[in-house]
Design a protein around this ligand. Structure first.
Ligand code: ADP
Ligand code: MG
Length: 334
């Protein structure tokens, strides 16, 4: 199948036959899962730029917190426990106040999750037409996994339940509101904006699912897209019941079309979407209680026939949408 822009670039230029002593269980996954002797690591890297991933006026605390949070979210998707990270940062200029806020936001989350900053690199961003490019951040995070374990996107089986944590669509709705495209009541704004600025990486849930889930991904590109990645890599399809998809009260106050757009297509929530055998339902509910995470069953994995592998239906069985488009940095290019 033709792949979309960002993924087409990775397929064409950055996918190679495995070589060397270290190999990954999860090429194309949220994390690379690497066995080094008796130790199993999960490693992920994410790059973010002000203006692309953050609004130009984002608070430095928010940028620092979220830059680390999105990496921890990938570790969570692998079921790994955060241990260490490396920070590479390009700065247009020296601004100590900004850097202090950035560091505060980042290190508070690092300490909370026991993930130590062990190295990195600091440079000045390129100067183009007399101006330096905005702040660019790349974080590589490493987590520990028990021997032989680790969640990937590839294990979903026909008959499995599809689950999602928390609620979806809020971060996208927050962005739409900040752009002035959508409106919510002023008293609803703080809770919504919090979901965009301070997503909770589901680290404790991820580790609790290690023996329970058959496949998992975190929702960075959107529920349809990230569940789509699981389906594609597992060679299966899924039927999702739209009315079961967990939405926050703020999202429910929007017009139905906007609710769907945000919840199905909107990214940046950093919830986990995962599949698991129906036999594990009770234990999964217990994992939700134990980690204080709302968990909702939203559909079933089914056999892949032809055409789209993701179908979203309303209660009466009518198809709301198929396909799995999500955010793509290079949509329409290439
Ligand atoms: P996530 O959103 O979970 O961080 P991405 O969508 O960014 O994952 O990446 C999808 C997969 O492609 C990951 O396994 C990632 O490691 C891999 N990947 C992305 N960019 C590159 C690259 N430049 N070189 C090699 N692998 C890449
Ligand atoms: Mg991910």
């Amino acid at each position: 199948m033709a792949r979309r822009g960002e993924f087409q670039i990775i397929d064409r230029f950055f996918t190679h036959e495995a070589f060397g002593e270290w190999q990954s269980q999860g090429v194309g996954d949220d994390c690379a899962i690497i066995d080094a002797g008796d130790t199993r690591f999960a490693v992920t890297t994410d790059m973010m730029a002000i203006g692309t991933h953050f609004l130009p006026n984002a608070l430095p605390e928010t940028v620092g917190y979220k830059a680390l949070a999105v990496n921890l979210s990938d570790l969570a998707a692998a079921g790994a426990s955060p241990r260490a990270f490396f920070l590479s940062i390009g700065l247009p200029e020296r601004d100590d106040e900004w850097l202090a806020g950035f560091s505060r936001g980042m290190m508070a989350l690092a300490e909370e999750t026991g993930c130590a900053l062990l190295g990195g690199d600091t440079t000045r961003t390129a100067e183009v037409n007399g101006r330096h490019a905005p702040v660019t951040i790349s974080i590589t995070a490493m987590g520990a996994l028990p021997k032989g374990k680790g969640l990937t996107r590839a294990g979903a089986r026909v008959g499995d339940d599809v689950w999602v944590s928390g609620t979806v669509g809020d971060a996208y709705a927050a962005l739409k509101c900040r752009w002035g495209h959508w409106q919510v009541m002023p008293d609803q704004q703080p809770a919504l904006f919090e979901r965009m600025d301070r997503p909770t990486p589901r680290v404790r849930l991820g580790t609790a699912l290690l023996d329970l889930a058959s496949a998992a991904a975190d929702i960075s590109d959107g529920l349809s897209a990230d569940l789509g990645h699981i389906l594609e890599r597992s060679g299966v399809a899924a039927d999702i019941d739209w009315e079961s998809v967990p939405l926050s009260p703020v999202l429910r106050s929007l017009a139905p079309g906007l609710q769907r757009e945000a919840a199905l297509m909107g990214g940046d929530d950093y919830e986990l979407v995962f599949t698991a055998s129906p036999e594990n339902r009770l234990r999964i509910e217990q994992a939700g209680l134990l980690t204080e995470t709302r968990l909702t069953r939203i559909g079933k994995v089914c056999e892949k026939l032809s055409g789209d592998n993701l179908t979203i239906r309303s209660h009466d069985g009518a198809v709301i949408r198929t396909g799995m488009a999500g955010f793509d940095h290079f949509a329409g290019q290439g």
